[in-house]
Design a protein around this ligand. Sequence first.
Ligand code: PLP
Length: 400
Amino acid sequence: MKPYLKTTPTREGFFGEYGGAMLPPPLVPHFEEIAAAYDKLSKSAEYMNDLRYIRKHFQGRPTPISYLKNLSDMAGGAQIYAKREDLNHTGAHKLNHCMAEGLMAKYMGKTKLIAETGAGQHGVALATAAAYFGMECEIHMGEVDMAKEAPNVVRMKLLGATVVPVTFGAKTLKEAVDSAFGSYMEQADKALFGIGSVVGPHPFPMMVRDFQKVVGIEAREQFIEMTGELPDVVAACVGGGSNAMGLFSGFFDDEGVELFGVEPGGTSSKLGDHAATLTYGVDGDIHGFRTKMLVDDAGEPAPVNTLASGLDYPGVGPEHAHLQKTGRVNYTVADDKESLQAFYDLSRHEGIIPALESAHALAFALREAKNHMGKSILINLSGRGDKDIDFVAETYGFGE
Ligand SMILES: *Cc1c(COP(=O)(O)O)cnc(C)c1O
């Protein structure tokens, strides 16, 4: 059988019925340029060697796998392991695709990177890449988010990026996407758009997945080296879905390995209280691609809610919608409360403060451990929690 990753997407960027590229006509040639460049670079030994060098000497890859012995003992049942993407430079998996996008821009002769950011994590990662490659960087961010995520605004500015405040509409992520696309359209000759997850029009869901694949390739090898076996269960949190696609990529062809995507359940299953797109959403089009999404009565992207701002998106990567339909990946939710408890537990009992996003995957593992006696669960610890400590301590205290 053909390896799964070789079967998707189609040339037009479809994963089953999801994906594609619905673009304003002026952007079509630019996305075709990106797709052609990626096609060429993904087969270029020189590009791949440069990327390998960056990953090793700048990002600090490979990141290790840690056995969470204390939490495994406490949960009782499965042995729990974590792939440590929190140890990646800048503290999350996002640099895996941002450095690759920056390197692409360099090979394409571009001098500028443009993107939107919600919580600011993607903006910081892309600004890091721009600084490394000596490029200009323009990050669009809603004014509301800028106030909420002030430290990330400071980081981006220190890294040399221009942060463009978005002042229309709700002044959050959706408007920032519109603003960034508009600006990109005017300077696409010299700039590359850097999308922050496995979302957006083709070829981004495929490119970002491929750039994140390193997580799964490393993890599979490391897990076998550590335990002599494959993990029984592999799980990751899903916002747009890039850290999950990265880890899952190592295991698609291992039929015995169960894959779980963990969505943010927020405070309840009521629309507006969560951001669990695959669990509660419907088919639809958002930001230039077909996927599952959360919509309001008018059919517009619905408001979403979660403790973890990096999971705060009413759509999801099209490949996840496809993998849910084929049944290869199971999708489930972890709510705010159990994710917060997992955040405290990992901090206190393992000495690792996780990102609130990653705490969702851990919450799933802690909950499921009892149902997997004698088995192993590998989660993606997609990022560190430094960005979340003030919010958690001020809002919820120090846990018990
Ligand atoms: C942005 C972010 C996520 C969510 O993005 P995905 O594309 O769903 O992986 C998860 N964890 C951390 C630490 C993040 O910064």
